[in-house]
Structures are given as structure tokens and as C-alpha cells.
Unconditional design. Structure first.
Length: 278
């Protein structure tokens, strides 16, 4: 190998090493910049979330702006609502499936056609709300407040509603199928054509409630307060847990009318025959 060849090889070797060093430095710089950008974006998102929650807590902005902030925070999986001003919002058709909304105060909010399936609404306040055609399937509504709320066509199937307050709520065709309403408060509720099939109403207060044409098949009414309940058109004899004295009163006070379906009249007659024979 000549001296010239050796110099040429050394020159190319130096160039190759320098090139790779430059590429490495550039890769490091790009990585650092990307990490910094992601950290900055994360900080901005955190600040935005905190700012949105602060605005809700202070009641800042119009009802429409607060509704937008609420939806944004729901999307961010926010789970703290106790101090948020969520009253009188328009959340018609909102998708709140499986969200944690415990202790939120939604007094006066419009929820028609909203979806609360599997949501956590424990100890939340939904007083004076429009919950028409709203879905609460499998939701946690323990100790929730629904005072004077509209519940037309609402769906509470398999909902946990232990000790919930539905005083003076109203609505037709509400489904409480398999709902746990043990110890719930339904005083003066107007729930015509409601479906309480297999619902647990043990220890619940139904004082002065109107359950006209409701379905009570397999509903558990052990120790429920039935003072002045309107059972017209119901199949109360198909419920469970009533004492003999209560059954005797209902048999005299709320037998099927002549206008009831023949099947219902026959069903009652068969039950009555069996009851009187024992």
C-alpha cells in the first residue's frame, strides 16, 4: 500500500466517523425536543382540565358554556364533582355511560334521552330534572335524589337505588324491572303504568303514591309503607312479602274492575280462591 492510499483511507475513515457522530447528535436532539413537546402538551392538558373544573366550581359562564366544560371534563375522566355548578344545564342526549358522577348536583338539568348506563351516581342530586326517556340501566343511584323529577319512559332496569329519594317524582311507563329500591322514598310519586317486575321495594316508603296500572309481579314489598297507595289496575296479588292483613285490605279495596282484561280477572279469582282457602 502506498503512502497516498493510506492517507486516502484515513481521510474517508475520519469523514465516516464524523458523519455518524453528527447523525447521533441529531437523533439525540430530536428525541429531547419530542420529549419536551410531549411534556409541554401534557402540562397544557392538565392546566386546561384544572382551569375547566375551576370555572365550573365558580359557576363562570353561561349554562351552555358550563355544559361544554362538563362534557369536556367527562371526556377527561374527571371523577370529582361535589363542588361543580352543574345546575340547570342542557345535557339532552348526553352519553354518560359508566362515568363517575358521584355527589354531583344536577338540579334542574335537562337529561331527556341521555344515557347513564352503568354510571356511578351515588349520592348525586337530580332534583327537578327532566329524565324523560333517559337510561339508567345498571347504574348506581344509591342515596341519589330525584325529587319532583320527570321520569316518563325512563329505564332503571337493574339499577342500584337503595335509599334513593324519588319523592313526588312523576312519569308514565317507567321501568324499574329488577331494580333495588330497598329503603327508597317514593312518597306521593305518580308512576302510572310503571313496571316493577322483580324489583326490591322492601322497607320502601310508598305513602300516598299513585301506582295506577303498574306491574308488581314478583316485586318484594316486605315492610314497605303502603299507606294510602293507589293500587288501581295493578296486579298487587302477584307481589311478594305482603302480610295477610295487607292482602285482605287490598283484596277488598283494589280488586280488578269489570273493565280489566279477562286474563287479569281470572288470575285474581284464582289467587283469591287460594288465599281464602288458607
Amino acid at each position: 500500500m502506498t503512502q497516498t492510499d493510506a492517507k486516502t483511507i484515513a481521510k474517508h475513515s475520519k469523514f465516516s466517523a464524523g458523519m455518524w457522530m453528527a447523525i447521533l447528535m441529531m437523533a439525540v436532539l430530536i428525541t429531547v425536543n419530542l420529549w419536551t413537546l410531549l411534556e409541554l402538551k401534557s402540562s397544557e392538558n392538565l392546566f386546561s382540565k384544572q382551569q375547566a373544573f375551576w370555572s365550573l366550581c365558580q359557576g363562570v359562564g353561561s349554562a351552555g358554556q358550563r355544559a361544554d366544560l362538563f362534557v369536556k371534563l367527562v371526556a377527561e375522566q374527571n371523577a370529582e364533582w361535589k363542588s361543580a355548578a352543574l345546575q340547570n344545564l342542557d345535557l339532552k342526549g348526553a352519553n354518560l355511560t359508566a362515568r363517575n358522577l358521584s355527589k354531583a348536583n344536577f338540579t334542574g338539568t335537562q337529561f331527556s334521552n341521555a344515557d347513564f348506563s352503568k354510571a356511578n351516581l351515588q349520592a348525586s342530586t337530580l332534583d327537578l330534572c327532566d329524565c324523560s326517556s333517559t337510561t339508567f340501566q345498571n347504574a348506581n343511584l344509591k342515596e341519589a335524589q330525584l325529587f319532583k323529577s320527570r321520569l316518563d319512559d325512563a329505564d332503571f332496569r337493574s339499577a342500584e337505588m337503595v335509599a334513593a329519594n324519588l319523592e313526588q317524582c312523576s312519569g308514565s311507563n317507567v321501568s324499574f324491572v329488577r331494580a333495588d329500591l330497598a329503603g327508597a322514598y317514593l312518597s306521593m310519586a305518580q308512576l302510572s303504568d310503571a313496571d316493577f317486575t322483580a324489583a326490591d321495594l322492601s322497607g320502601a316508603s310508598l305513602e300516598a303514591a299513585s301506582l295506577i296500572n303498574a306491574n308488581l309481579a314478583l316485586a318484594q314489598l316486605t315492610e314497605a309503607n303502603l299507606t294510602d297507595v293507589d293500587f288501581r289496575g295493578t296486579n298487587w296479588w302477584r307481589s311478594r312479602g305482603l302480610e295477610r292483613e295487607q292482602l285482605e285490605y287490598l283484596m277488598v279495596s283494589f280488586p280488578p274492575s269489570k273493565n280489566d282484561a279477562p286474563d287479569r280477572q281470572r288470575d285474581f279469582a284464582l289467587w283469591q280462591k287460594s288465599f281464602l282457602a288458607n
